[in-house]
Every structure is written in C-alpha cells, then in structure tokens.
Design a protein around this ligand. Structure first.
Ligand SMILES: Nc1ncnc2c1ncn2[C@@H]1O[C@H](COP(=O)(O)OP(=O)(O)OP(=O)(O)O)[C@@H](O)[C@H]1O
Ligand SMILES: [Mg+2]
Length: 262
C-alpha cells in the first residue's frame, strides 16, 4: 500500500445552519485512482472546494504531501501541484484551443500574459516550447485540427478533452475531477476515461474523481469512498463497496444510479 498523498481531517463546512461537510476525514493514496460517490447533496463538490482553497472550512485540516494546505488560496494550491478541473483556466472562451493550453503553463509559472509580453527573448523561447508541447498534446488527444478555434466553439465533450490536455501541460501530482463523464456522449466518454487512466499509469498522477456513472467509477477506480451526509460513510475496493449492504441501503437504495447531473 502506498502512502497517503492527501489527508482530510475533521473537515466541516456549514451553509446557514446546515453542515454540507460534517467532520469528514479521509485519505487518498499516492498514485491511486480514488472515486468519491454519494447521493446528491452529500457534500462531494463542497469537499473538493474545501480541499482546493475555493472554500474556507469552519473546522478541520487538509494535508497535501504532508503539508498543511488548509489556508492556501486556489492559486497556491495549484502551485503545490494539486489541480482541480476547471480550477484555473475557468473560462477563456475567446482564446483559441492552443492559447488555452499555453495559458496554464504561465499560470503555473506565475507569469501573467502582460508581464510576459514585456520580458526578453527568454520568454519568447519558452513560449515556443509551450506551443510545441501544446501541439503534441493536442495531437495525442485528437484535437489538433481544432487548435486555432476559439474554445467557445468546442462541444461539451471536447471541452472536457481540452481540460485533460491542460492537465498534461503542467507538472502535477494530483487532480480532482468533478463528474468528468457528465453530459458527454458515450464514445467521447470512453476516450476521456482512457486518457484519465493513462495519466495515472504513465505519469503516476493521483486522481480523485466524483462521478455518478457507476460503470465509469467501478471500471477505473481502485478505491471508492462513499460520502453520505457530509461524511466518509465507508470505503473499499469497487467490489467491496458494490456488495456492502449498508452502501446499497444508504446510497444505491435511494435510487443512486439514477442521480441527476449538475
Ligand atoms: N454555496 C452554497 N450555499 C448554500 N448551500 C450550499 C452551497 N453549496 C452547497 N450547498 C449545500 O450543501 C449540500 C452539499 O452540496 P454539494 O454540492 O457539495 O453536494 P454534492 O455531493 O456535490 O451533490 P451532487 O451530487 O448533486 O453534485 C447541499 O445541501 C447543498 O444544497
Ligand atoms: Mg456536486
């Protein structure tokens, strides 16, 4: 068993009087593909927001690679090589697909576009390198023919592929994905999932994935954490979770496989 790369300890977040995340503790092992499942409103997205600095917890701590990251901003979290999909390149709809990929490198380096513009030839060289890398990745992900298209013209599924491409541009240790399969046609979904598995196998990237599609979760995850009412209800291998009567009662029993997507 590998060590934990992410540790969540007693995390709590209340909205009004209601605890969306309620004294939640969990660990994600380095190099694993860990799934996070649970009924609508269980607190999965809120947990991801707490881990990545988009929300500040009322109580509890988050440790990444042994370091306390609880009070870091989203950008600081990103710089520590923990990425949440849609975290940084939230929306550059007017920029081309290629530019969308180049921007994320600059974000990781901490250099704004304008800043870079005033810099010397060194930056230009770096820009060229980023562009070459971006084109290679777009070829790999089969989006190269759309590289000069403004990102806003991509389909929902292609935008998710672009998101995967972004993850390949930068050096990351862990990625949090919130419903990568939602709203994507099945053929493209398979492609996205195989790229995700590839990132884990070839780069040793740790993946933490919220997904309502049980086929996806059962196929690609080695560990599954079940979240119910803001807490870590149980966890195990896909087999263990699937055959756990308490999970079936708490989650699947309430129509778990028919959950709505956001
Ligand atoms: N910004 C917010 N303000 C108030 N309540 C919120 C906010 N964000 C989430 N909640 C509430 O917190 C609870 C957990 O929501 P969250 O979105 O984390 O659940 P989820 O597990 O991601 O659900 P789903 O599977 O539907 O995406 C819900 O009751 C939700 O209504
Ligand atoms: Mg959610």
């Amino acid at each position: 068993m590998s060590e934990a790369i992410l540790q969540v300890k007693g995390l709590t977040k209340k909205f009004g009087g209601v605890a969306a995340v309620n004294d939640c503790s969990l660990e994600v092992r380095k190099g694993s593909i860990t799934g996070l499942i649970g009924p609508n409103g269980a607190g999965k997205t809120t947990l991801f927001n707490l881990i990545t600095g988009f929300l500040v917890p009322d109580a509890g701590k988050v440790f990444f690679k042994g370091k306390d990251i609880t009070s870091l901003t989203p950008h600081q979290v990103f710089k520590s090589r923990l990425f949440r999909s849609f975290q940084i390149a939230r929306d550059y709809p007017e920029m081309t697909v290629l530019e969308n990929l180049m921007v994320i490198c600059e974000e990781q380096l901490g250099e704004g576009l304008f800043n870079a513009w005033f810099r010397s030839g060194q930056v230009q060289n770096q820009q060229k390198q980023f562009a070459r890398k971006a084109v290679d990745i777009l070829k790999f992900i089969e989006l190269e023919q759309k590289k000069d298209l403004p990102a806003k013209y991509l389909s929902g599924g292609e935008k998710k592929l672009l998101e995967i491409a972004r993850m390949m541009m930068v050096d990351l240790d862990m990625v949090l994905l919130d419903e990568p399969g939602a709203g994507v046609p099945p053929a493209l979904q398979d492609k996205i999932m195989s790229h995700i598995q590839n990132l884990s196998r070839e780069r040793g990237l740790t993946l933490f994935i919220v997904e309502h599609d049980m086929d996806i979760i059962m196929n690609i995850c080695d560990t599954i954490i079940v979240m119910v009412e803001g807490r870590n209800f149980t966890q195990g291998t896909p087999q263990q979770v699937r055959s756990n009567p308490a999970v079936i009662e708490a989650y699947l029993g309430r129509g778990g496989e028919e959950k709505k997507h956001e």
